[in-house]
Ligand binder design. Sequence first.
Ligand code: IPM
Ligand code: MG
Length: 371
Amino acid sequence: MPANKKLLILPGDGIGPEVMAETRRVIDWMDRRRLVRFDIAEALVGGAAIDAEGTPITEATMQAARDADAILFGSVGGPKWDKLGFDLRPELAILRLRKELDLFANLRPAVVLDPLVDASTLKPEVVRGLDIMIVRESTGGVYFGTPRGVETLPDGQQRGFDTESYTTGEIERVARVAFELARKRGLRVTSVEKANVMQSGLFWRQTVTALGARDYPDVALSHMYADNCAMQLVRNPRQFDVIVTSNIFGDLLSDLASMLTGSLGMLPSATLGAVQPSGKRHALYEPIHGSAPDIAGKGIANPLAQILSFAMLLRYSFDMEEDARLIEGAATAVLAAGLRTADLAGPGGTAAVGTRAVGDALLAELERRAA
Ligand code: IPM
Ligand code: MG
């Protein structure tokens, strides 16, 4: 039997712990029923860590993250911690993990599952069969660029500023991830920026163009301004295969794309680092929804984005494609059977069930499929 796989679980705040509890049941099921063993450690992050440990993520937790084979992250933040000041935000936990582990490629698939085609706010004929992959750069750009701050001007006004910046290397490595993914999919990459307005956007476009011509002539590369891309995602989303874009545009466009699929509560993501000489690759998996403080603690959150993030973990960190598909197939079956949380139930549709009921149904379906 292969060595145990080291998982670090970071549930975080809001609905994070609720949806993670259902995911834990799926992990335990895998551990019991499939040929895989997990060593699981769990720690606090975000507001929960601020309350208990005085910081959004402790050094010990950072070290555990470096040591883990894969990290399963929930979500952080909430109104309780809004007044703490910029240097003590719960969000710093995820930003620090991405930056210090150099997790530069954030993969955000937007897939419309057949049973959910009516849950989208767009017409079924626009979204049916949709399968796009947004590759968001996640360690650079305006999220981390310097200088940044708030200064006082001679006339007494204040000025707030951030810096968008990308180097050749930063652009090339994330674009490579996009090109490689396209080779396993539809052989098309759309690179998104604002080359018409931003110097860094024009540089992004030129760099991706040169890389594509040099190393990926077999992949059809096109370019799009970010505002147009937002519009095209709503107008005709199936025109896209792989989208590659900066940190901030990827943040916006992936939230937008999530609603094509019916709910923000459905979208998993993987954030990958470079493959190191040892063969190891840091990786973190998280739903793209946030901590949803408005529904936290009510037992009504959709656990599927978190559970599907675990499926991505099996696929990308452990090459366990069959097991990933087992979970994805079971999730689709549960939705097809009409078991849906409130975010998906919708007016005139099936009545909503709770977080736990979706977990129960998913486990029953896994049992059935593995029998
Ligand atoms: C996301 C989130 C984060 C981001 C926040 C929580 C810092 O919105 O993962 O999309 O902006 O990257
Ligand atoms: Mg976001």
